[in-house]
Design a protein around this ligand. Sequence first.
Ligand SMILES: CC/C=C\CCC/C=C/C(=O)SCCNC(=O)CCNC(=O)[C@H](O)C(C)(C)COP(=O)(O)OP(=O)(O)OC[C@H]1O[C@@H](n2cnc3c(N)ncnc32)[C@H](O)[C@@H]1OP(=O)(O)O
Length: 309
Amino acid sequence: MMAVRSCLGVKFGVSGLLSQLTSSTRHHGSRPCVSPILTPQHRNTSSSSTSSKVKVDLDQNTGVAVMHMQSPPVNSLSLDFITELCISLEKLEMDKGCRGLIITSSQPKVFSAGLDILEMYGKSPERCGEFWKSVQELWLKLYSSNMVTIAAVNGSSPAGGCLMALTCDYRIMADNPAYSIGLNETQLGIVAPFWFKDTLMNTIGLRNSEMALQLGLLYKPQDALKVGLVDQVVPEDQVLPAAVKSVNKWLAVPEHARQITKSMMRKSTIDRLTSNREADIQNFVSFITRESIQKSLRGYMELLKQKKA
Ligand SMILES: CC/C=C\CCC/C=C/C(=O)SCCNC(=O)CCNC(=O)[C@H](O)C(C)(C)COP(=O)(O)OP(=O)(O)OC[C@H]1O[C@@H](n2cnc3c(N)ncnc32)[C@H](O)[C@@H]1OP(=O)(O)O
C-alpha cells in the first residue's frame, strides 16, 4: 500500500488542465465529441473491478462507471480508503472508454461520514502529513476530473463526505429527513481549510457559506436543495436511476466544450491549492496535533459513542 501511495502524484497536472484540454490531448483523440445517449438498444457489456473498499462497475457501451464506496461501517475516509479511491479514479480517468462517473455508497444510511477521525487523533505529525496529502490528492482528482461526475448521495454526508459530493458536477440526494449533509467541521472544534470553503462557496455562494461554515450546519435534504447544496432530491430508491438520467444529459453536451468549460470554472480554485500544497499540509499538521484540538476530537468521538449507547 505504501508503494502504491507514493505513486499517487497528480498524473495530469491540474494547473495545466485548461491548456491540455485546449490542445486536444487524451480525451479528444479517441473519444467522440458528442456522446451517445444511454438507450436500451445498447449492448450491455460491462466490466467490474473491486478493491476491498471500492467497487467500480463500468458500462462500456455508455461509458458510465458507478463507483460504490464500501468501507464499513460508515465510509469514513481513512488513508487506506482514500488511497483506494485515488487509484480507482486514476484508472477511470485514464480509461478512454469512461466518460461519466456516478459516486454512491454501498453502506446503509451513510454516503460518507467524512474524514476518519481516528486518522487525526493520536497520530504522529508525519502520519498526519501523509494523511492530509492524500485528502488533497482525492480532492484534486475529483475536482479536476475530465469525466462528468455525479454524486448519488444515498445517506448522510457530513464534512469530508459533503466535500466529496461538492467536487462533483451534480448532486442528487435521497429524500429522507434522517439524512443530512454539510460542512460541520466547527461542531468538532476544527476548521474547514480554504479549499473546502472555496468549493462550498463556488456552489452555494458567499452568504450561505458564511452561515453554513461558521455554524457547522448539517442540512436535511429539502433544506440542502433550497440552499443549492444539492441539485435534486428524489425518493430513496430513485437516487441511482436519477443519477443515470442526469449523466446522460451531461454527456449529451459536446465533450470538448464541456470539459474546457468545467476546467475554466474550476481552475483558479484548483490552482490555489496546487500552489500551496506543502504550506497547507504544514498548517494542518500543526493545527491538528495541538493539545486543545486533540481534546476536541476526543470529546467528539465520545459523543458519537454516547449517542449509540
Ligand atoms: C487546518 C485544517 C484542519 C482540519 C481540517 C479537518 C477537516 C475535517 C473534515 C472531516 O471530515 S472530520 C469528520 C466529520 N464527520 C462527522 O462529524 C461525522 C460523524 N459521524 C456521524 O455523524 C454518524 O456516525 C453518521 C455518519 C451520521 C452515521 O450515523 P450512524 O448512526 O449510522 O452510525 P454511528 O454513529 O453509530 O457510527 C458507526 C461507527 O462509526 C464511527 N464513526 C462515525 N463517523 C466516523 C468518522 N468520521 N471517523 C471515524 N469513525 C467514525 C462511530 O464512532 C461508530 O463507531 P463504533 O461502532 O466503534 O462505536
